[in-house]
Design a protein around this ligand. Structure first.
Ligand SMILES: *Cc1c(COP(=O)(O)O)cnc(C)c1O
Length: 221
């Protein structure tokens, strides 16, 4: 199957309110251009350096999403162009994104990453930490005018157990719904990857991050 065919196939399954992020990490620019020529304009990467190299080489009407864990000292390399940072998990990181966005006179959208998986290794906040960060943002005197928190992101456990994954997605959706009642800026719920996006959509996802089902399996070397 070609990248263009994969994209068409996946897009035909997505409801109109669900945004597709094509996760192109490890893939060459030629593969991304194939997706671009098939109409895809939103790409997700998990390493800032790799994303920046691709941004430099590719057309400028692309929205770049950082979906990986972000180190504070690397924010400056993507502040000029990044559209959405999915994996924000500290107030300190928000402050740094704000500071770097300001230098470029931009507003950068952010999602707060919630830990929903059983694995210890996955990054993210629990509900208490999430509320703490939102409170800090609200009380901050500098007002963080160059960032906008537009929603939440989460990754389910890597397992064949669908019931487990569903439970985790529903947990994230419940946190999202609770927050939405008091904060109308929150509209984006980023959950679902190649293996579980249909389930994620049925649980309320509004943004899916799909890599291998579009570009084929990744070859890490
Ligand atoms: C790699 C990655 C994806 C895409 O994974 P696939 O299973 O290839 O669709 C989605 N989200 C994050 C955070 C990732 O790192």
């Amino acid at each position: 199957m070609s990248i263009a065919k994969n994209l068409t196939e996946i897009k035909s399954q997505l409801p109109a309110h669900v945004t597709l992020v094509a996760v192109s990490k490890t893939k060459p620019v030629s593969d991304l251009m194939e997706a671009y020529n098939a109409g895809q304009r939103i790409f997700g990467e998990n390493k800032i350096q790799e994303m920046t190299e691709k941004w430099e080489q590719m057309p400028k009407d692309i929205e770049w999403h950082m979906i990986g864990h972000v180190q504070t000292n690397k924010v400056k390399f993507m502040a000029e162009y990044v559209s959405l940072v999915h994996g924000v998990d500290s107030f300190k990181l928000l402050e740094e994104i704000n500071k770097q966005a300001k230098k470029h006179n931009r507003i950068i959208d952010c999602l707060l990453q919630i830990h929903i998986a059983e694995e210890e290794t996955k990054f993210g906040l629990n509900e208490e930490e999430l509320n703490e960060i939102l409170k800090q943002v609200q009380n901050d005197n500098s007002k963080l005018e160059n960032i906008r928190i537009i929603g939440l992101m989460g990754m389910a456990t890597f397992t064949e157990n669908t019931a487990q994954i569903e439970k985790e997605f529903k947990h994230l959706k419940a946190i999202f719904d609770k927050l939405q009642t008091s904060n109308s800026q929150l509209q984006t719920l980023s959950m679902g990857m190649s293996g579980d996006y249909q389930l994620a959509i049925s649980c309320g996802s509004t943004m899916v991050r799909i890599g291998s089902s579009i570009f084929g399996n990744r070859n890490y070397q």
